[in-house]
Design a protein around this ligand. Structure first.
Ligand SMILES: CC(=O)SCCNC(=O)CCNC(=O)[C@H](O)C(C)(C)COP(=O)(O)OP(=O)(O)OC[C@H]1O[C@@H](n2cnc3c(N)ncnc32)[C@H](O)[C@@H]1OP(=O)(O)O
Ligand SMILES: O=C([O-])CC(=O)C(=O)O
Length: 373
């Protein structure tokens, strides 16, 4: 039997969805019928999360109530704060989030009155506080207060991280990044969350599955890997030499390529624009120029385009967000998309269980234990 290169389910239609479209004409993206360009230009992350979770854009009153619901959900339960203190300082932040979500599942379990949508709102509000409570406690011993007067998730996160209200531009670009990261059809982490949902498991388990799948470098982990890559170069010329060498060695360049988009990732130009503005604001033109050179070389040599993770890395870096928190921010945003898919899966469920072609040995004779070397 010939061992084939795995197909990775590429191009396989694995179900229907009413939540988003990815890759129409190789480059389009819509959430519930709205283009990503309109969402990023006119919307906020809170409106986007509401749209994904509740199926339609909120009116003024609904949005005000939703923001209030998120704001009061920022408070960490005491046992969760204590648990975050007990975790090692060297924990992987994605495991901190998985642990925090598991713990919240024991403290505030899913019930008929505490629905998946309610827990999603709680988690969207609490992911940042969980992460930053753990982060500050282990960096400096500080037990931060997680309530602030900030009106948005973006402003609140940056305020908790830096200890003072954030600059308007940083809040705007951060908010846009959360919109861009919020949803993406049957990507690996969403699909994994749907598989968990299809077994009739509980909501928290689906989210924890999503976090574990997002962590890898071929998916959400790429934004951190991009930062490691580009920060190793001192100038754009260094970057060109380094990328050419990596390509000659057949190495993957993180933040490029995509399973579904063939022409471009429509989110990339949006976040690139934010990254450029922030590079001027942070007076760090060198790193931005390095990124642009990497993009040019990848287009010239491989006809590959940057995906969302590429310029998100520099955008977050210019906001002074530590690299190890980049992928957890993807979790915060994608919780909205995962939730929409978990609810959709549950509404018309059938166990997701494909089959495999067996290519292993056959008809073996049972060896006694002394004959197994
Ligand atoms: C938000 C997100 O999750 S977006 C994705 C984030 N991930 C990354 O940025 C990691 C880097 N990119 C990749 O590894 C891939 O492009 C993926 C995982 C995104 C998509 O993978 P696939 O659809 O399986 O692409 P596939 O491996 O078939 O690529 C086709 C060819 O392009 C090459 N290629 C694809 N991406 C890259 C890359 N980033 N760097 C170098 N070469 C690449 C592959 O090596 C392959 O070459 P080959 O035909 O000579 O073997
Ligand atoms: O769709 C994918 O495969 C990966 C991706 O871009 C995302 O999840 O945002």
């Amino acid at each position: 039997m010939v061992v084939k290169k795995p197909g990775g389910l590429a191009g396989i239609e694995a179900g229907q969805t009413m939540i988003s479209t990815v890759g129409k004409q190789g480059m389009g993206l819509t959430y519930r019928g709205y283009s990503i360009h309109d969402l990023a230009s006119y919307g906020t992350f809170e409106e986007t999360a509401y749209l994904l979770i509740y199926g339609k854009l909120p009116d003024e009153e609904q949005l005000a109530n939703y923001k209030l619901k998120l704001a009061v959900s920022r408070q960490l339960p005491d046992p969760l704060a204590k648990l975050l203190e007990l975790l090692p300082a060297a924990s992987h932040p994605m495991e901190v989030l998985q642990t925090g979500c598991s713990a919240l599942g024991t403290l505030e379990p899913e019930t008929s009155t505490r629905t998946a949508a309610d827990i999603a709102d709680r988690l969207i509000a609490l992911m940042g506080p969980m992460l930053l409570y753990w982060y500050h406690f282990h960096q400096s011993g500080a037990r931060i207060q997680t309530q602030t007067n900030d009106d948005s998730i973006a402003g609140h996160f940056l305020h908790l991280l830096h200890g003072s209200p954030a600059d308007e531009l940083a809040v705007k670009v951060f908010d846009v990044s959360l919109i861009l990261y919020a949803e993406h059809e049957f990507n690996a982490s969403t699909f994994a969350a749907r598989v968990t949902a299809s077994t009739m498991s509980n909501y928290y388990s689906c989210i924890i599955t999503g976090i574990g799948t997002l962590r890898g470098n071929l998916h959400g982990g790429a934004n951190e890997a991009v930062m490691a890559l580009i920060s190793a170069f001192e100038t754009p010329d260094d970057a060109e030499v380094g990328i050419m060498r990596m390509l000659a060695d057949k190495k993957l360049i993180m933040g490029f390529g995509h399973r579904v988009y063939t022409v471009s990732d429509p989110r990339s130009d949006i976040i690139k624009n934010g990254s450029q503005k922030l590079s001027l604001w942070a007076a760090d033109s060198q790193l931005y120029s390095i990124s642009e050179r990497v993009e040019q070389v990848m287009r010239r040599e491989k006809s590959l385009f940057p995906n969302l993770d590429f310029y998100s890395a520099t955008a977050y870096h210019f906001m002074d967000i530590p690299t190890s928190l980049f992928t957890p921010l993807f979790v915060l945003a994608r919780t909205a998309g995962w939730t929409a898919h978990i609810i959709e899966q549950r509404s018309n469920n059938r166990l997701i269980r494909p089959i495999a072609t067996y290519i292993g040995p056959d008809s073996l004779t049972w060896p006694t234990i002394d004959k197994r070397r």
